[in-house]
Design a protein around this ligand. Structure first.
Ligand SMILES: [Zn+2]
Length: 455
């Protein structure tokens, strides 16, 4: 007997194919409690909502029925919804705009209420500062440092500070915190009174703040530590030079803390930068990081601004950071996926492959992004990607990398003792003890020191 359920499906499909979406939806809704037709009904509801441009409805259905896999359609919907948001969105403009003044660099900073503005050669960017912040009470050294990390690549004069510019150091340490694996590992290794501060991109983009805020809420509930969020659109600067939205330089990730260093009484700013970006160059070639231009230049510039440049996970890899997080109270809430929505990671991005996968979370190894990146030269975060393939038994995803996966890679989870020397004594012993509580040291540094991947 042809099931009644099958007949009802046929009827719904006819309506749907005829473009009678409202009628199809009404019939489909009645099938949501039918075990035989539930998936079909959700599928029809999603497609009908999509075809009518009801983006909110598509996303809410995807949230209500997470077991019905419609990833591609939900992705397309997000892009549509984002396109509309972007069209509607206008970055704020200052009440009294200024013109860039290269002769008096600091005159390009100004404040309107709680909003700090920077006039740059191509427009303005802003930060919404916490209550009590004033530009007047901010040291020139901090403003010069902020200019250099934001505009250095395009305005060389920002790298030359007047001779007498100095700030004496404050009392506290702050961490540029994102809620991701690396900066959470940094948080775990640093003292508990370290301030946590998040840069919040203040304009619509594919980047989602929902997972970080979930992490911050969990941290506040379980430990009482608040994460200070500072909204800003400074990631626009790069886009004016033909690049994607993002930080002008690596240190621009913490420009909110540089600007707040007097207000928060800071003596140091910490970054969750792992071995992949310190002792390894671009994650694939060993270098003596302590003698690198990057380290000597930036630690000296931060010192002029009365700040220690603190790299509390420079001696551990992304795999080591994952292990620290896995053993921490934040294992269930830490997340590096930038595209997560509805309290869930996306399961299809590169970070989901090499960070969420090793934490035991679901992801789709066949996703376009993961497949594309695995087969692209140069291979991103190469050493860590190899480890992620090997540790998750996913060698079949990238057979061309198999020759690199024959050797034991367990050293990649261990800590590299020479990295401790980059930490000021004030923090060194604590980071050392906390490292030992989570990881073992490399007994032989040769595997790391000979990394030279041509991938
Ligand atoms: Zn993801």
């Amino acid at each position: 007997m042809v099931g009644f359920a099958a007949l009802r499906r046929l009827r719904i499909r006819r309506r749907y194919n005829a473009g009678e979406y409202k009628a199809a939806e009404a019939l489909a809704r009645k099938e949501l409690n039918s075990s035989a037709n539930r998936r079909f009904a959700v599928d029809i509801l999603l497609r009908a909502a999509y075809n009518q441009g009801n983006w909110d409805e598509v996303l809410s259905l995807a949230e209500r029925f997470p077991d019905v896999e419609m990833a591609a359609l939900v992705d397309r919907t997000r892009r549509h919804a984002l396109g509309i948001q972007k069209e509607k969105h206008r970055d704020p403009e200052p009440n009294t705009p200024r013109v860039w003044n290269e002769d008096h660099l600091l005159s390009n900073w100004f404040q309107e209420d709680a909003r700090l503005w920077l006039c740059h050669p191509w427009g303005h960017v802003y930060w919404d500062m916490p209550k009590g912040f004033t530009l007047e009470a901010t040291s020139p050294a901090l403003l010069h440092l902020a200019l250099e990390v934001l505009l250095g690549p395009w305005v060389p004069s920002t790298k030359r500070w007047p001779e007498d510019v100095r700030r004496s150091e404050g009392q506290r340490l702050a961490l540029s915190y994102s809620g991701g694996v690396d900066s959470t590992a940094a948080m775990v290794l640093l003292p508990e009174d370290t301030l946590l501060a998040y840069h919040e991109r203040s304009f619509p983009s594919m980047l989602s703040h929902s997972l970080p805020h979930l992490t911050f809420e969990a941290i506040a509930q379980r430990s009482g530590r608040e994460v200070l969020c500072v909204p800003s659109n400074h990631e626009r600067i790069r886009t004016l030079h033909g690049k994607q939205t993002g930080f002008s330089t690596a240190n621009a990730a913490a420009v909110h803390l540089i600007l707040l260093a007097d207000h928060l009484d800071l003596r140091g700013i910490a970054f969750g930068t792992p071995i992949d970006n310190t002792w390894l160059e671009k994650g694939k070639r060993f270098r003596d990081f302590s003698a690198s231009h990057y380290w000597t230049h930036w630690s000296a510039k931060f010192r002029l601004a009365g700040l220690h440049y603190v790299l509390p996970i420079n001696h551990i890899s992304e795999a080591g950071a994952l292990e620290v997080c896995r053993q921490s109270p934040w294992k269930d809430v830490v997340n590096s996926c930038l595209r997560g929505v509805n309290e869930r990671w996306c399961g299809r991005c590169w970070k989901c492959f090499h960070k969420n996968g090793p934490l035991g979370r679901d992801f789709d190894p066949q996703s376009t992004e993961i497949q594309t990146f695995l087969n692209t030269t140069p291979l991103r975060t190469a050493q860590h990607a190899l480890w992620a393939l090997k540790t998750q038994n996913l060698v079949d995803l990238a057979p061309h990398l198999a020759p690199c996966l024959e050797e034991d890679l367990s050293w990649w989870v261990q800590a590299y003792r020479p990295g401790l020397a980059l930490l000021d004594e004030r923090w060194r012993a604590g980071v050392e003890a906390n490292t030992e509580a989570h990881l073992t040291w490399m007994t032989d540094p040769a595997p790391l020191e000979s990394v030279d991947l041509n991938l």
